[in-house]
Design a protein around this ligand. Structure first.
Ligand code: SAM
Length: 290
């Protein structure tokens, strides 16, 4: 594995993944190209045009490619490892294309569907309520045929299944995610443990910079040399992005863990979490104690 660690590989994702050994990576995060068709979106919304990749494929070919990539990621993931797959619902001539259609055809277990509230829509018309959400699928490779997996620490689980991060604005890449997003994932899943984090469509290197700041090893794959150059510059100057990563880390805390609350006998009724940017009510029904 030494040959792969802390590098960004230029090339086609599926081909590069095939070179990585079985059961060798701890965690993955990605936002693939969405196959949005590259249609002219009108005066209000900027088109997403990648440097070296077309985002306009026959939808069946696109979905089959994504299945192949996800299964290859499954092969290289250690048992018990997780992959976070960011995508969104799209519509083609009024028919919804939901990512769950192809995710359920892969080998992965779906551990959770997280809603990413981006707080901004790419709509300019009102055919539907403006779509501010994307999805993040937490996928898991079972260990010893066991599909439940390890429990998150309370300080991470309390961040809930709706994540509100505005899009990244200070990045010339056409579709970067904000660094808070991979930071939340890496910190929640690996916490203080070491590990290798892969982003198979690494773009401007956001996942890689978050991994470096959190002292994890990383592997990036990206087709565009220009985006790789941008990633290398970011990785060299990684400390410049320290503040946003630290602000995200500061959101992961609890005054009392679930276990302590239960031991104190006050796990019934409502638990109002005022520690984070929003107030979430956790009732007995959705507490970690089933
Ligand atoms: C949504 S962007 C990822 C952005 C990244 N999360 C970031 O924060 O910068 C998808 C990336 O996939 C790359 N890409 C598209 N097709 C590819 C392929 N077949 N192999 C490798 N990379 C590809 C594009 O160049 C683009 O940078």
């Amino acid at each position: 594995m030494e040959n792969f660690i802390n590098k960004v590989f230029q090339g086609n994702t599926i081909e590069k993944l095939r070179e990585i050994p079985n059961d060798s990576v701890d965690l993955g995060i990605t936002s693939p190209p969405y196959n949005k068709g590259e249609k002219n979106k009108g005066w209000l919304v900027k088109n997403v045009l990648y440097d070296k990749a077309l985002d306009k494929k026959d939808e069946t070919i696109y979905q089959n490619e994504q299945i192949e990539v996800l299964n290859e990621l499954y092969r290289i993931m250690k048992p018990g490892g997780s992959f976070f797959y960011n995508h969104k619902t799209r519509w083609n001539k009024g028919i919804m294309l939901h990512p769950i259609i192809w995710i359920t055809k892969t080998n992965w277990i779906i551990r959770q569907e997280i809603i990413w509230d981006r707080m901004i829509a790419a709509n300019i018309r009102g055919w539907r309520f403006w779509q501010v959400d994307e999805r993040i699928y937490w996928l898991m490779k079972p260990q010893n045929n066991e599909a439940i997996g390890e429990e998150l620490l309370s300080k991470h689980a309390l961040l809930t299944s709706i994540w509100r991060f505005p899009p990244e604005r200070n990045n010339p890449h056409p579709a970067p995610f904000p660094i808070e997003l991979p930071t939340r994932i890496i910190h929640s899943i690996l916490n203080e443990n070491n590990g290798i984090v892969i982003d198979p469509y690494s773009g401007s290197g956001t996942t890689l910079v978050a991994s470096k700041l959190l002292k994890k090893n990383f592997i990036g794959i990206e087709i565009s040399e220009d985006y790789i150059t941008q990633s290398m510059e970011r990785l060299e100057n990684f400390n410049k992005e320290h503040k946003k990563v630290q602000e995200e880390i500061n959101k992961h805390f609890v005054n009392k863990t679930f276990k302590e609350r239960k031991e104190d006998g006050n796990n019934t009724g409502k638990f109002k979490n005022t520690q984070h940017e929003e107030n979430h009510i956790l009732t007995k029904e959705n507490s970690l104690f089933d």
